[in-house]
Design a protein around this ligand. Structure first.
Ligand code: PEP
Length: 251
């Protein structure tokens, strides 16, 4: 039985003071049982969040990690082993902002995925198409390629210890949400791609939807059979709104 999951990606937002406020809000939040709740603060605030959420059932993750597992000469990067030591359990790999703005390609992302797993972190692999690709009818091809890149290199068993987030690029931070059916169609295709290699891995992997999820649309999205929860950007910066989304996943 797959566990529901709701994860908040805080992106490059926050100050020590605003993070402290968010920790306070999250600490007072009523969490639904049976839902794994996670937050991904900017790296600078990971220790503050890990300390502040001690004793709460909220997992902390990083938004990025290095291509190699161990610390070393790699200026500006953070090793997954360092993130694990800091209390992280998860790491986002391949968020569209990193694919598009930073220029991370499948080869780099494969290395990050493997390095993270080597340190015991669970990667959350983000996949998704641009508006142009969707309009050209290439959604499943693009998502299939992004997923296939990991499968080809590490085998489908790598997803026994990973999460997948389908995030259509055109829906991220735009206020445009995929309809529940649009999201379900892609989630079903992702599960089918995994099932072709290993039905058990496909059945157990958590597939999150991300792209302008709010309390108002969460329940409908999470009601679809292959949507196991959400990766939430903007709405995760408001503890009340994020709490309502978490509760929608619990219903
Ligand atoms: C994201 O950044 O992963 C995301 C889904 O953002 P938003 O919810 O703001 O669209």
């Amino acid at each position: 039985m797959r566990r529901r999951m709701v994860a908040g990606n805080w992106k490059m937002h926050g100050t020590r003071a605003s993070v402290a406020e968010l920790i306070k809000g999250l600490s007072n939040m009523a969490l639904p049982s049976g839902v794994e709740v996670a937050v991904f603060p900017p790296s600078l605030y990971i220790s503050q969040v890990v300390d502040g959420l001690q004793g709460k059932s909220i997992t902390v993750g990083a938004q990025n990690s290095a291509v190699q597992p161990e610390q070393g000469a790699l200026t500006g990067e953070i090793a997954p082993s360092q993130l694990a030591e800091a209390g992280c359990e998860l790491v986002l790999i391949g968020h569209s902002e990193r694919r598009q703005i930073i220029g991370e390609n499948d080869e780099v992302l494969n290395r990050k995925f493997a390095a993270a797993q080597a340190c015991g972190l669970r990667p959350v692999l983000c996949v998704g198409e641009t508006l142009e690709e969707r309009e050209a009818g290439r959604t499943l091809e693009i998502v299939g390629r992004q997923l296939g890149s990991i499968i080809e290199q590490f085998g489908v068993a790598a997803f026994a210890k990973a999460v997948i987030a389908y995030e259509p690029v055109w829906a991220i931070g735009t206020g445009l949400t995929a309809t529940p059916q649009q999201a379900q169609d892609v989630h079903a295709a992702i599960r089918a791609q995994l099932a072709a290699e290993n039905p058990e891995v496909a059945q157990n992997v958590q597939l999150l939807y991300g792209g302008s999820v709010k309390a108002a649309n969460a329940a409908e999205l999470f009601g679809m059979p292959d949507i196991d929860g959400g990766l939430i950007g903007g709405a995760s910066l408001n503890a009340d709104e994020f709490g309502a989304i978490c509760r929608a996943a619990g219903n």
